[in-house]
Ligand binder design. Structure first.
Ligand SMILES: Nc1ncnc2c1ncn2[C@@H]1O[C@H](COP(=O)(O)OP(=O)(O)OP(=O)(O)O)[C@@H](O)[C@H]1O
Ligand SMILES: [Mg+2]
Length: 252
């Protein structure tokens, strides 16, 4: 195992050049000894084994590894869609593993944006309504929802399709709407599981371009990908094998 990610900017070594470098390098995500075991009648599957991972604000992690190595399970734990069997998870300094289901849903809605391979838009809601829905769950006032939805759709270049239904859009456009939905709530982290897996190369590239722009704007991104070229767009590449982190490499 090689670990080439430095522990943080060492004080006094270099003059800080950006505000990000002047901030204390507090981890946004800190997993320690995270293990996930799926138990079925006959077998136990160790989907994650003793995962340690610290992610700082503004990083863009590419998670890679063979099929079945635990990538989706890791995102599910990070996104509070599933709980670890053992270990600790601090999100923005707070432990989130022992929250009640209701509290978990609140943290998820407030702090995490998801982008899935299959877009997961609601077919009988318009583009606008899809992006608005998580903000409605959060109880934001209508005026603020409107402002956020319009801004998010503009960001992904989909304002002109606000009244369309998802079925009237191309795959690439649907994924752009899904990105708008994920960012409208201004989450702490964006999680993407093979975001271009269902797209042709041209649409895939435009979605990757969008993710790059979000990263440049300061978003913290954790993206699962099978595509080595996409993986290298990140600032760091974490390789899983059999549920373990076998490589953690700083890319830039
Ligand atoms: N709900 C479940 N019940 C039992 N086993 C599961 C469950 N979900 C995942 N697993 C097992 O956990 C392991 C990791 O699965 P995971 O979906 O995280 O892999 P992955 O790296 O995302 O693979 P892929 O690249 O094919 O998407 C696999 O062996 C899988 O069979
Ligand atoms: Mg997967």
């Amino acid at each position: 195992m090689t670990t080439t990610v430095p522990d943080g900017v060492k004080a006094g070594m270099t003059a800080p050049t950006t505000s990000a470098e002047m901030l204390p390098q507090k981890a946004l995500i800190q997993l320690e000894g995270v293990t996930k075991v799926f138990e079925t009648e006959e077998v136990e599957t160790h989907a994650l084994s003793d995962v340690h991972l610290a992610v700082r604000p503004g990083e863009w992690l590419s998670i890679v590894g063979p099929s079945g190595s635990g990538k989706t399970t890791l995102l599910a734990v990070l996104g509070l869609l599933d709980t670890a069997s053992r270990g600790t998870y601090l999100l923005d300094g707070k432990s989130v593993l022992d929250l009640s289901p209701t509290e978990r849903a609140l943290v998820r809605n407030r702090h995490i944006g998801f982008i899935f391979q299959s877009f997961n838009l609601i077919g009988d809601l318009s583009v606008y309504e899809n992006v608005e829905l998580p903000l409605t769950y959060r109880g934001l006032p209508a005026a603020e929802r409107k402002q956020r939805v319009e801004k998010a759709l503009e960001r992904v270049g989909m304002s002109h399709r606000a009244r369309h239904m998802p079925g009237q859009l191309s795959g690439g456009q649907q994924q752009r709407v899904a990105v708008a939905r994920a960012v409208a709530g201004e989450p702490l982290i964006l999680l993407a599981d093979e975001p271009t897996g269902n797209l042709d190369s041209k649409n895939g590239e435009s979605v990757m371009q969008l993710l790059s722009e979000l990263h440049q704007g300061g978003a913290t991104l954790i993206m699962v990908t099978h595509d080595p070229a996409q993986a290298r767009l990140g600032t760091r590449m974490v390789s899983l094998f059999d549920g373990r982190v076998v490589q953690d490499e700083r890319l830039r």
